[in-house]
Design a protein around this ligand. Structure first.
Ligand code: DAH
Length: 344
């Protein structure tokens, strides 16, 4: 008559051996051998243990029986699991998935509306002979303000709500400093488009954000005139918006003289006035003007010989008009339900 604790020890050993043989089987054949050895009806080790269980003294039977059942269930489960895995691996690759499952939708990324607008604007100006250039986002006072003819301590610097960097420098408040950097690098004739991110401490409201995209344009050559500026920007608006009306209003920027802002008739309300255009029926989309001779001089260009015109536009505002968006913040919220409506 076997001793109970010796019997339980032998069951534990049987379980450990079985786990190793079944769990470690590397092919359906070795798995089948392991099954016969441990779970087989005729000569299986569990079967033999079951017979011994019959001879265990009564008081030890409940405990021995529980241990026996635990080992048996564990080995049976392990066998089923191992078998499924080996069968799946032996199927051709094309059948390894359950072909009856419903198809999963493919999650494809898309370009942001502001990126789409920037790309389209660049394409229109490329056709006009402009190349695309870039400049640093961390700038010096000189490039961002002084070289652009802002008098030192001019209130315009406050109006720009500049973010200053620790240890000197600032985050550019506009893409205009790249005008100077470009003119230092290449001699006229110059025609460049400069897309980039700019930073201001503006609060977040329906038409302002603290970091936003701008596109700067610059043309410097012999005999470049305000008529060129107006014709080019009007052509751009026609290409980009179709038939929408535009208007130029006199304005002021330290780096241009004369200066003008271009408005587009608000496409959300057709000019009647709405919240997007603050009831005016027009939305300003760019500032522009003839490059101030002081700016040309700061960049080392002969201001007696060359003239130039420039503009700076806000692609987010242009996206608002293009896609008829009532609130600019839609473009910064990253709400996929909104972005999907515009994605291409
Ligand atoms: N830098 C101006 C701004 O951020 C925009 C601007 C106006 C750019 C007139 C220009 C320009 O090049 O000629 O408000």
């Amino acid at each position: 008559m076997p001793d109970v604790s010796a019997f339980i020890d032998s069951l534990k050993q049987l379980g450990a051996d079985g786990q190793q043989a079944i769990g470690g089987a590397s092919s359906l054949e070795t798995l089948e051998q392991a099954r016969i050895e441990f779970l087989g009806d005729a000569r299986g080790r569990l079967k033999a243990a079951q017979k011994e269980l019959g001879a265990v003294p009564r008081e030890g039977k409940p405990q021995a029986g529980r241990e026996f059942n635990a080992v048996k269930t564990q080995l049976e489960h392990l066998h089923a699991e191992r078998r499924a895995a080996l069968e799946a691996a032996s199927r051709p690759a094309s059948m390894q998935r359950d072909l009856t499952l419903p198809a999963r939708a493919r999650w494809v990324g898309a370009k942001h509306p502001v990126t789409l607008v920037i790309e389209e604007i660049c394409a229109i100006f490329r056709e006009l002979g402009f190349t695309v250039a870039q400049g640093p986002e961390a700038e010096t006072d000189w490039y961002n303000f002084l070289a652009l003819n802002f008098p030192a301590d001019h209130p315009a610097m406050d109006a720009h709500d500049t973010l200053y960097l620790e240890g000197g420098g600032l985050l550019r408040t506009h893409t205009s400093p790249v005008q100077v950097r470009t003119l230092q690098r290449v001699a006229p004739p110059v025609r460049v488009l400069i897309p980039g991110t700019v930073y201001r401490r503006d609060c977040f409201d329906p038409s302002h954000a603290p970091a936003f995209a701008q596109i700067e344009g610059l043309a410097v050559d012999d005999d470049v005139s305000f008529a060129d500026l107006k014709a080019t920007l009007t052509h751009f608006a026609k290409r980009f918006f179709g038939s929408s009306r535009t208007r130029f209003r006199p304005s002021f920027f330290p780096f241009t003289e004369p200066s003008a802002e271009m408005d587009i008739e608000c496409r959300l309300c057709g000019g009647a006035g709405c919240s997007a255009c603050k009831g005016t029926g027009w939305m300003e989309i760019l500032g522009s003007g003839m490059v101030h001779p002081n700016v040309l001089r700061a960049a080392g260009i002969d201001a007696e010989r060359y003239t130039g015109w420039a503009f700076g536009m806000g692609p987010a505002r242009i996206a608002m008009q293009r896609y008829k968006l009532p609130d600019i913040r839609l473009l910064y919220d990253s709400d996929v339900r909104f972005l999907e409506q515009i994605a291409r």
